[in-house]
Write a protein that binds this ligand. Structure first.
Ligand SMILES: NC(=O)c1ccc[n+]([C@@H]2O[C@H](COP(=O)([O-])OP(=O)(O)OC[C@H]3O[C@@H](n4cnc5c(N)ncnc54)[C@H](O)[C@@H]3O)[C@@H](O)[C@H]2O)c1
Ligand SMILES: N[C@@H](CCO)C(=O)O
Ligand code: NA
Length: 440
């Protein structure tokens, strides 16, 4: 089957990430989608910059309408932003019978009702995973994973720029303006950064989540919106002293009287996981009556994290483009015909770092014997801790514990070294080995 053809409108921060990730991971994405996905035409006002990103072989124009008019294109990605020209282009793409993928939360939160109605009438999809919490698959979780539940409430840190500002102000005592400039440089901030700092961007996102959580129309005009501009450094400090962190939260809650929809700075107990979401990271907590509380965490902004969500929507739409129902939800996420025979490694080939605890005789030269074996095996030591014998075995003890952290080592090599260490007469008990994972 020939690749599905995609037209990209706007190749700035998110657009270039989308182009690059799609190209880099082409082979695996095709195995998942069941068909290649190719951006064959790009529109951007800055044609020269666009050409520098896409190279040869992709048509670049400055008129987005020309991409929509191209009959070979099945999916339009809108990454221009705003409610101006983007609205017209999305509606034109729908009218032309094309599916739309967009990261434009502003457009959907304000004009979603009109846009979704147009798409329904035409039988096309408007997918927007990238619009809420960037790379975190929160739309998919609400739309698919949690469908059994009556959602009670959800709350999220859904604006990276403001979370970055609050984190830097708290940790480094930096000024608001300095941190905002840095967020803009890193590509997190909206074209108009007042949308970030006044809470508007978070309100766009929580409006969309509220609609999906409760099955109501998107109603941005009903949201209460308060940003972080009136917060003082002193408030952050006092909250801290009381055991809280201040976070800009988007909250939507079902109550007996109706649905709450609001964005404002909030004190959150410091021990909550969400209170420890720092920098530009996002997190959303969802409470459903059956599942209880679930947490979704990750990068909510930036070029490739946002591209990750855009491409997931492209894969979903591509999977729909077939009559075969098996194709739509492949059991193992990859198409059955694309399952690979890559090997699963035996444990001896696994590479990790280690914590070792050796109960040894408290005498000269023991440490040298042990480290000598590790050096001989090419195992690099990260840290060594030798406990006082008295601490380990009580007063007058002749035994002590030697704790060693290693750098990455092949398990088979470690097994051999451990056998040698265990055989030393000065090693008095079975060695304890715990594998260490950084998980960063
Ligand atoms: N940057 C992020 O981390 C992020 C994350 C999630 C969602 N978003 C959303 O993604 C969208 C794009 O954001 P971005 O950060 O990539 O913006 P950007 O400013 O980096 O890119 C927009 C691009 O669109 C082009 N453009 C403007 N008007 C055009 C027109 N009429 N025709 C064709 N091209 C035009 C610009 O030249 C630019 O290259 C926005 O809706 C934004 O809210 C961004
Ligand atoms: N301006 C947004 C981009 C992601 O939607 C943020 O800072 O989170
Ligand atoms: Na998302």
């Amino acid at each position: 089957m020939k690749p599905i053809q995609v037209g990209l409108l706007g190749i700035g921060t998110v657009g270039s990430g989308t182009f690059n990730v799609l190209k880099r991971n082409q082979e695996e994405i095709t195995r998942r989608a069941g068909r290649g996905i190719e951006i064959t035409m790009v529109a951007d006002l800055d044609v020269a910059r666009a050409k520098a990103v896409v190279g040869e072989g992709v048509q670049v124009v400055n008129d987005a309408a020309a991409v929509i008019a191209n009959p070979d294109i099945d999916i339009i990605i809108e990454l221009i932003g705003g409610y101006g020209i983007a609205k017209k282009l999305v509606l034109d793409a729908i009218a032309a019978g094309k599916h739309v993928v967009t990261a434009n939360k502003a457009l959907l939160a304000v004009h979603g009702t009109e846009i979704f109605a147009a798409a329904s009438a035409k039988g096309v999809v408007v997918a927007f995973e990238a619009a809420v919490a960037g790379g975190i698959p929160i739309i998919k979780a609400l739309r698919e994973g949690l469908t059994a539940n009556r959602i009670q409430w959800l709350a999220g840190i859904i604006n990276g720029t403001t979370n970055f500002i609050l984190s830097e102000m708290r940790d480094k005592g930096l000024d608001f303006d300095v941190v905002l400039k840095e967020a803009q440089r890193l590509g997190y901030a909206e074209a108009d950064p007042t949308f970030d700092i006044e809470g508007v961007d978070a309100a766009h996102k929580v409006t969309l989540m509220s609609a999906i959580a409760y099955g109501i129309p998107v109603q941005f005009d009903k949201a209460y919106v308060e940003g972080i501009t009136k917060l003082g450094a002193a408030d952050i400090k006092y909250a801290e002293q009381l055991g809280y962190r201040i976070k800009l939260l988007g909250i939507t809650k079902r109550t007996a009287k109706g649905i709450e929809l609001r964005v404002h700075p909030s004190l959150v107990p410091a021990k909550r996981l969400i209170a420890n979401v720092e920098g530009a990271m996002n997190a959303v907590v969802v409470n459903g009556d059956a599942v209880g509380t679930t947490l979704y965490y990750g990068k909510g902004a930036g070029s490739e994290p946002t591209a990750s969500a855009v491409i997931a929507d492209l894969v979903d739409i591509t999977r729909l483009h077939t009559a075969d129902p098996q194709h739509r939800v492949p059991h193992l996420a990859f198409q059955p015909s694309a399952i690979s025979n890559e090997v699963v490694l035996p444990m001896s080939e696994v590479v990790t770092s280690y914590y070792l605890r050796l109960r040894v005789a408290d005498e000269a030269g023991v440490l040298a014997q042990v480290t000598g074996i590790l050096a001989g095996a090419g195992i690099s030591i990260d840290a060594v801790l030798q406990r006082e014998a008295d601490e380990v075995g009580g007063e007058g003890s002749t035994q002590t514990d030697l704790i060693i952290l290693t750098h990455d080592t092949r398990e088979g090599t470690m097994n051999d070294a451990m056998a040698q260490m265990q055989a030393l007469p000065t090693v008095l008990a079975p060695i304890t080995r715990i594998r260490k994972e950084e998980l960063a």
